[in-house]
Design a protein around this ligand. Structure first.
Ligand code: AMP
Ligand code: ZN
Ligand code: FE
Ligand code: FE
Length: 280
């Protein structure tokens, strides 16, 4: 079952958050590209998981239920991936609902800030762009682009809605420690996402149960991956990885689906960890 040609992508987004492809289309693309395993890790949402698993049924693709929780910390952001979460767990779902509710109000606040900055966007349009998905800054960026205030999505982030930009608004106040706890409670494996800028969080989070580190991240160069791999070994963390695929067009700054090399044995390791969490 496990062989070295197995291709794996453990970080992907769908229209359940700010990805471009509906979950079933993401699954079809993964199959087309010959992937064996993907994890669907939408921001504060597990709404795409049932559809993705259903779309993969009877194919060679395995879909791992996942999530990506975001935490605002001083001057930066910590993102926490959760693998094999019990996505139907009532408490977990109610927390995700709460996070998405805050995201909704946050987008409205960003729209107000942008208007005050002289670059108005319609909140109605932001809601339309987000559709049923967990509303996020990429949707705001798209509205800024459509209104002609910026030429690219990255310009929207650089000028207005980046972490330290004038129209930035924080999300639900979730600490990284709480994110780890929430994922563990839901039977999931907590993994620190794209950790390059937040490696100082590794040690404190290991103390509260962090299990993995996203070493093989699409946008990282080899020296960065080597340094993160060293950290993962030092702390006994599972070295995961993925592309952070958001779609074929608008999120062009992210990597392509399945284009990041992830050692396939990581999947079995995560599964083992999830089983021991669930057994406790
Ligand atoms: P949010 O969860 O609403 O704060 O939005 C975070 C998402 O915005 C990330 O997952 C990326 O998809 C996107 N993003 C963050 N920074 C940038 C950037 N500089 N350029 C383009 N997209 C970005
Ligand atoms: Zn995203
Ligand atoms: Fe992220
Ligand atoms: Fe992501």
């Amino acid at each position: 079952m496990l062989n070295s040609s197995m291709r794996v992508d453990l970080h992907t987004h769908s229209t359940a958050s700010d990805g471009e492809l509906p979950p079933a289309d993401l699954v079809r693309l993964a199959i087309e590209r010959g992937l064996s395993v993907i994890a669907l890790t939408d921001h504060d949402s597990c709404d795409g998981i049932d559809v993705a698993i259903e779309a993969a049924r009877g194919t060679t693709l395995q879909v791992i239920p996942g999530v990506e929780l975001s935490c605002d910390v001083s001057q930066s952001e910590v993102h926490m991936l959760g693998y094999f979460v019990n996505w139907h767990d009532a408490h977990f779902r109610s927390m995700l609902d709460k996070f998405r509710e805050v995201r909704f109000g946050r987008a409205e606040k960003m729209a107000k800030k942008l208007a005050a900055l002289g670059v108005p966007i319609s909140f109605e349009r932001v809601k339309e762009i987000a559709g049923d998905g967990s509303i996020g800054r990429p949707h705001v960026a798209q509205a800024l682009l459509e209104a002609g205030h910026v030429a690219t999505v990255s310009e929207a982030f650089d000028k207005y809605i980046g972490r330290n930009g004038p129209a930035y608004v924080e999300r639900f106040r979730l600490t990284p420690e709480d994110a780890v706890a929430l994922i563990l409670q839901a039977g999931g494996v907590p993994v620190l996402a794209h950790p390059r800028e937040v490696t100082s969080w590794v040690e404190p989070l290991v103390k509260v149960g962090l299990i993995g580190l996203e070493v093989h991240y699409g946008l990282y160069d080899d020296p960065t991956k080597a340094e993160l791999a060293r950290m993962a070994r030092q702390y006994g963390l599972v070295a995961t990885g993925g592309s952070d695929f958001h779609g074929l067009n608008k999120m062009g700054h992210m990597s392509g689906l399945g284009e990041t090399h992830v050692p396939p044995e990581v999947v079995a390791k995560l599964k083992e960890k999830a089983a021991s969490i669930k057994a406790n």
